[in-house]
Write a protein that binds this ligand. Structure first.
Ligand code: ZN
Length: 265
């Protein structure tokens, strides 16, 4: 159920009955020339809503503030300064918890959020909170991944590519402009290839300066519908696993008991 569509009494009932909130974390950024800026958050929110229909949970309203500094050179990107971003997402988690949802699923819908969300989850051990946060680390189970491998026609990609373009077809077919797919597929330019294996802020831009990675030409509505369904089924199973979990809250409580005792014995 979608948070913003519930009345206040319905919301309170949903909190009692599910105890779980799914927040899809996407961004607003260029996706080549043929997909909308909101691709990541639109896809994430759609999959979360489909999953929560199968396995009831409260879905946070569409959320699109994330790490996307590498797209600031393109029109339409939305970013906020790094410290504000950390505080904003932390504040959102706190607000979900304040409303009584004791388990939060941070469903990442944008690769560039991986480090940010990983850090925020690590930072949950800084201070005891009335909620636990979980982040699924696979978008699809290995069996479903295999089913997708059987459907896909390209063996590389990552951004506005065959899978992502298909997925937008599956979620919002009205927003795919197949007539604007670049004629040439986008392979990594390797502009940092002279360095030993290196992480640096400009790495993704170095390989993909048009925010296009892969080949969108074989994308189809049918592939997209299958992809979206497999993503939603995987997330529904994940929600069920989180509902059943007692270990993370218990370990958090044990951990903070020990934190309080440091220096006291
Ligand atoms: Zn994307």
């Amino acid at each position: 159920m979608q948070w913003e569509e519930l009345t206040a009494p319905e919301f309170a009932k949903a909190v009692r009955e599910t105890g779980v909130c799914v927040i899809a974390l996407g961004v607003v950024e260029r996706h080549s020339d043929h997909l909308p800026l909101g691709t990541d958050y639109l896809l994430g929110h759609k999959i979360a809503c489909m999953a929560a229909e199968k396995e009831p949970a409260v879905v946070f309203p569409p959320f699109y503030f994330g790490q996307i500094y590498e797209a600031r050179c393109f029109p339409g990107t939305i970013t906020v300064e790094p410290t504000l971003l950390l505080q904003l997402i932390q504040g959102v988690f706190d607000e979900i918890g304040r409303n009584g949802l004791k388990k939060i699923i941070a469903f990442n819908a944008h690769g560039g959020n991986n480090q940010l969300l990983g850090f925020l989850l690590q930072a949950s051990l800084w201070e005891e909170k009335p909620y636990a946060i979980y982040m699924p680390t696979e978008g699809m189970t290995p069996e479903r991944q295999k089913a997708w491998e059987a459907l896909r026609e390209t063996d590389y990609g990552g951004h506005a590519c065959e899978w992502e373009t298909s997925a937008v077809f599956g979620a919002r077919p009205d927003l795919v402009r197949m007539d604007r797919v670049p004629e040439e597929p986008a392979k990594p330019l390797g502009r940092l290839g002279h360095l030993p294996p290196t992480y640096t802020g400009i790495w993704w831009y170095a390989d993909y300066p048009d925010h296009y990675a892969g080949d969108a030409r074989p994308a189809t509505l049918e592939k997209g519908q299958a992809l979206i369904q497999m993503g939603a089924d995987t997330l529904a199973e994940y929600i069920a696993a989180v509902k059943a979990d007692e270990a993370v809250p218990a370990l958090n409580a044990e951990f903070f008991q020990r934190v309080k005792k440091v220096g006291q014995e």
